[in-house]
Design a protein around this ligand. Structure first.
Ligand SMILES: Nc1nc2c(ncn2[C@@H]2O[C@H](COP(=O)(O)OP(=O)(O)OP(=O)(O)O)[C@@H](O)[C@H]2O)c(=O)[nH]1
Ligand SMILES: [Mg+2]
Length: 206
């Protein structure tokens, strides 16, 4: 099964994107495989609403495991499956919390085995903090490195998220300008806007 990895800074909307995307695909309940950093794994059954309440939060570093949802991709009369994996947010430098450091290492390791990389950026933060200069805390050196690392990966996509918020349009435009060689799709994980394009793109890899 092919794996789509959802990566990015902490708090950019990775978890909400995964859950809203699963909802968009018609799921109302998810069977989630959790790969913990201690090597153990577990399965959780949650409704999308329960999962949103439990797994998405305004607090940074809420996700600290790999959390995978299996999506069915119809192909004629049969169907294929695609793994959608949510990850721990990546931050600059050495994080003081050892658990978070370990979780970030787990995310980076997963990067090597993924066929599709969905790099989520908070476009609203990018647009509103930079004041048009293109310099913002929302686009970090780690983002730059991820984009560079994934340059040759045909399945790499930048998702300019939080397009429903003020400033996001400017943030999206900055991303398009700066990463003209990459695909940048505007989305709102809160409302599911822009998901049709993401689906069309991701499906080719299933
Ligand atoms: N307005 C708006 N808010 C969003 C959107 N996507 C996420 N959020 C909010 O942003 C916050 C962080 O969302 P999460 O999905 O938990 O972000 P994350 O990237 O998984 O965060 P960590 O797991 O902590 O790294 C939550 O309060 C979400 O409700 C969006 O498209 N629009
Ligand atoms: Mg999360």
């Amino acid at each position: 099964m092919k794996r789509s990895l959802v990566i990015g800074n902490a708090n950019v909307g990775k978890t909400l994107f995964c859950l809203r995307f699963a909802y968009y695909m018609g799921l109302r309940q998810v069977r989630m495989f959790v790969e913990r950093t201690d090597g153990k794994s577990e399965e959780r059954f949650l409704t999308i609403d329960e999962a949103k309440k439990l797994l998405s939060s305004p607090q940074a570093h809420h996700t600290r495991d790999l959390q995978t949802i299996v999506l069915d991709v119809p192909r004629g009369k049969s169907s294929r499956q695609l793994l959608l994996t949510d990850t721990t947010g990546l931050t600059e430098g050495i994080h003081p919390d050892a658990n978070i450091r370990q979780a970030m290492a787990q995310t980076l390791e997963a990067l090597t085995g993924a066929q599709v990389i969905l790099h989520v950026v908070d476009a609203a933060k990018l647009g509103s903090e930079s004041g048009g200069t293109g310099k913002s805390h929302a686009w970090k050196p780690v983002d730059e490195q991820l984009a560079e690392y994934s340059q040759g990966n045909g399945g790499y996509l930048i998702l300019a998220n939080k397009m429903d918020l003020p400033g996001a349009k400017a943030g999206y435009q900055q991303l398009v300008k700066r990463f003209s060689k990459h695909r940048v799709f505007p989305v709102s994980a809160l409302y599911g806007d822009g998901f049709r394009e993401v689906k069309q793109y991701v499906w080719r890899f299933a």
